[in-house]
Design a protein around this ligand. Structure first.
Ligand SMILES: [Mn+2]
Length: 335
């Protein structure tokens, strides 16, 4: 831990109530953490990356989200926004692959830069909001945040697990590996971004919305005992109950929670502009209620919204959905 902001005077929140449910779980969190988002100082950074997805288009995600009005929307909510522009991502002339990792050098290079920028934002006492770009950029975001938050929790909204390694990945696409690498599994150049590993403990992470898991990912989930709310649990329990449990889980032994939201977690009907759509996903309203509950819980220290692909979108709908979801997670209310 390099920042004394966290860990001071943890306050005990017993009988934490949200959304009409009483979880009754005793929770510990840093008193300063809530103040961190409450100071309303936020820095945006874009990562025009598509090399982790081996597909053209998702590198235009940060532009699409900016065109959808992210800065104006958050400023209207009272945030003081600093837009740090985009991280430079090398455009390779040729396809490269290293031990079943496509474009490993370029993905590592951009994520090292992103980790530095995110860490710098947190040093300045600001909230980092990262715009993707494919999901490989979570490697850099989490590396930057984890330098400042000793026990980092993560909520990973996704249709997929992103828990592959070079050994298990059917495609070699690094955007299917960032959660595994952040947990310390996979290629050393991915696990070691930011110069340390692992960034996360499995017990501090939840996946929400999964419906397309590879066999290697299922095996890893069982081996490390990670909490996953698939669409099965969301259908059976309802999103409000799932979020109650997810929030209790990730805030139990952590000092702050990172939200990594892949737009493909939503149903392609509501978010068609993603690289790897999977039918049967989280509805637009379920997305909003889950993020409104997350806002009420006041546990976030950082967030990223990834995999917006304008090429596959309809009239920038997916970027507009991303901005609407951001307004919910940062505290906008209907009434
Ligand atoms: Mn993903």
């Amino acid at each position: 831990m390099t920042n004394g902001l966290f860990m001071q005077n943890p306050v005990e929140l017993s009988h934490f109530a949200i959304g009409g449910y009483n979880i009754g779980v005793k929770q510990q969190r840093s008193k300063e953490l809530g103040a961190f988002i409450m100071n309303k100082n936020m820095s945006i950074v874009g990562v025009p990356m598509d090399l982790g997805a081996d597909r053209r288009g998702v590198d235009m995600g940060p532009s699409a989200i900016r065109y959808a009005g992210v800065v104006a929307r958050l400023e209207k909510m009272g945030f003081h926004i600093e837009d740090r522009g985009d991280i430079f991502v090398t455009r390779p002339h040729h396809f490269t692959e290293t031990e079943n990792h496509k474009y490993l050098d370029e993905v590592v290079e951009a994520n090292e830069k992103l980790a530095d920028v995110v860490s710098d934002i947190m040093t300045a006492g600001r909230f980092p909001l990262v715009l993707g770009g494919d999901h490989s950029i979570a490697l850099g975001t989490i590396a930057g945040v984890a330098k400042h938050v000793k026990n980092l929790g993560v909520i990973w909204f996704d249709a997929h697990g992103d828990l592959n390694t070079g050994e298990t990945s059917p495609s070699g696409n690094i955007h299917g590996m960032p959660l595994a690498a952040s947990l310390g599994f996979g290629h050393q150049r991915l696990t070691n971004i930011g110069g340390f590993a692992p960034k996360l403990k499995p017990e501090n992470v939840v996946i929400i919305g999964a419906r397309d898991l590879d066999q290697g990912e299922r095996d890893l989930i069982k081996r490390i005992g990670m909490k996953v709310f698939t669409m099965h649990e969301i259908d059976k329990l309802g999103m409000a109950r799932v979020m109650d449990e997810a929030i209790a889980h990730v805030s139990k032994n952590t000092d702050g929670v990172h939200l990594s939201l892949d737009l493909d977690g939503l149903d392609p009907h509501d978010a068609p502009g993603v690289g790897t759509p999977v039918i049967g996903g989280i509805s637009y309203r379920e997305g909003h209620v889950s993020l409104e509950m997350l806002a009420d819980a006041d546990i976030l220290c950082s967030a990223e919204f990834v995999e917006v692909n304008p090429i596959l979108d309809r009239e920038n709908m997916t970027a507009r959905v991303a901005v609407a979801l951001m307004s919910s997670v940062f505290g906008d209310k209907l009434l």
